[in-house]
Ligand binder design. Structure first.
Ligand SMILES: [Zn+2]
Length: 400
């Protein structure tokens, strides 16, 4: 009988070890009491596991105080491995290099044309990753994994990018496989809304929560759903397509083929078209936000109407999933209360009162960094514990 038969002492121990590691990795740092609470393990078990991980050099333990009492905070060792995040957006490429202790060691963003070919995009990402790793002082073989964000749906079975209005030339390409071959590193791929949700969960406005929705409104509208602390993707990877809730059956035709989807009423193109006649020039979404903040009535009205429409989608989400918090991201989030307050009005009007009462609607705190930080968090959530343990070279627990 193998030592690792399910239910044996050693596989139980390993499972507990993995639960502790995962909790610490996703939170950045936790006290031993917090680890016990979030894993459901006993204080004694946690204490033993933390000692073992510390001796192996996987975690570091520091004195801290929690609620006025002395406590010991546990975080992953900065040497335990390096993670890389890459975010391909509408007009930028952003890359970050971080360690498992949640420190961002290097980060850079450069403009990217939407018409760039996938080939060119990957080449630029590869060059930027190499440069930032060198800047952070780490060799490529220290990288445990790469998280990659793309602005469109990823087919779960083929890994290929579905149709996207944002990078049209990339449809059908499997970006994870391409990039993994180039970099020689494992690559995890997800869409930008899911990564924004993970980013805000681990580093931003969703810290400490287990249930939230991140809604990204930019060229398109998407959402990332966190349920019980994990991204919910659905079997086909398309969960959270809030942008395609039908608002008006006889409305404009949407890129998905239906009519009157939420996205057709709040996507950038629609909003900007509304202002063409009154403003007599082509505005960008960020200009609209700025003008609205300066008091431009037409721009304010457009943002308020968009907020109300988004709010009907949020109300539906709220009735179905009862999230604790909805975090608004993307270009429209910069409008702050001009768009948040109409969202709340719609939620109050259309959602079940008990679900609406528990919900807070807030702007993201990471801005344009949400996706790239989410890409780092994706590696941390997907890497599996063998990665963490396997990469650690025991240092006899000299650091504390
Ligand atoms: Zn649609």
């Amino acid at each position: 009988m193998s030592m690792d038969t399910p239910g044996s002492q050693s596989s139980l121990h390993r499972a507990n070890l993995e639960r502790v590691l995962r909790a610490v990795r996703m939170a950045g740092s936790l006290t031993q009491a917090e680890i016990a609470r979030s894993t459901g393990l006993s204080a004694a078990t946690v204490s033993n596991i933390v000692r073992e991980l510390k001796e192996g050099g996987t975690v570091v333990v520091a004195d801290t105080s929690s609620g006025g009492r002395r406590a010991r905070s546990v975080s992953l060792s900065g040497d335990a491995g390096i993670v890389v995040g890459i975010d391909f957006g509408h007009s930028h490429l952003r890359v970050a290099v971080g360690n498992l202790a949640h420190r961002v060691l290097a980060e850079e963003s450069e403009p990217m044309n939407v018409d760039v070919s996938a080939e060119q995009g990957f080449a630029r990402a590869e060059a930027l990753v190499e440069r930032l790793l060198a800047q952070a002082g780490f060799r490529p073989d220290k990288v445990i994994g790469v998280g990659l964000g793309v602005p469109g749906p990823i087919d779960v079975e083929t890994g290929a990018l579905g149709s996207t209005a944002i990078l049209p030339g990339w449809t059908g390409i499997a970006p994870g496989r391409e990039l993994s071959t180039r970099l020689g590193m494992p690559v995890h791929v997800d869409n930008d809304a899911n990564l924004g949700a993970l980013g805000e969960l681990v580093w931003g406005a969703g810290r400490g929560l287990t249930d939230l929705a991140y809604i990204k409104v930019a060229s398109g509208v998407g959402s990332g759903l966190v349920i019980n602390g994990q991204i919910y993707r659905g079997p086909g990877g398309t969960a959270g397509e809030i942008g395609h809730i039908t608002l008006d059956e006889s409305g404009p035709v949407c890129r998905c083929g239906n009519r009157g989807c939420l996205e057709t009423f709040v996507g950038a193109e629609y909003l900007l078209n509304l202002l063409n006649a009154s403003h007599q020039r082509e505005l960008t979404l960020s200009e609209v936000v700025r003008l609205a903040q300066q008091g431009d009535l037409g721009c304010r009205r457009v943002l308020a109407d968009a907020g109300r429409q988004i709010g009907t989608g949020v109300a539906t989400l709220c009735n179905l999933l009862n999230p604790r918090r909805v975090i608004l991201g993307g270009d429209l989030a910069d409008a702050g209360e001009l768009v948040l307050s109409p969202i709340r009005d719609s939620v109050a009007r259309y959602a079940i009162p008990s679900a609406a009462r528990q919900l807070s609607v807030v702007p993201g705190t990471l801005g344009g960094r949400a996706e790239v930080l989410g890409a780092l968090a994706l590696v941390m959530s997907e890497m599996g514990e063998t990665g963490a343990i396997g990469h650690v070279t025991p240092t006899a627990g000299t650091r504390s």
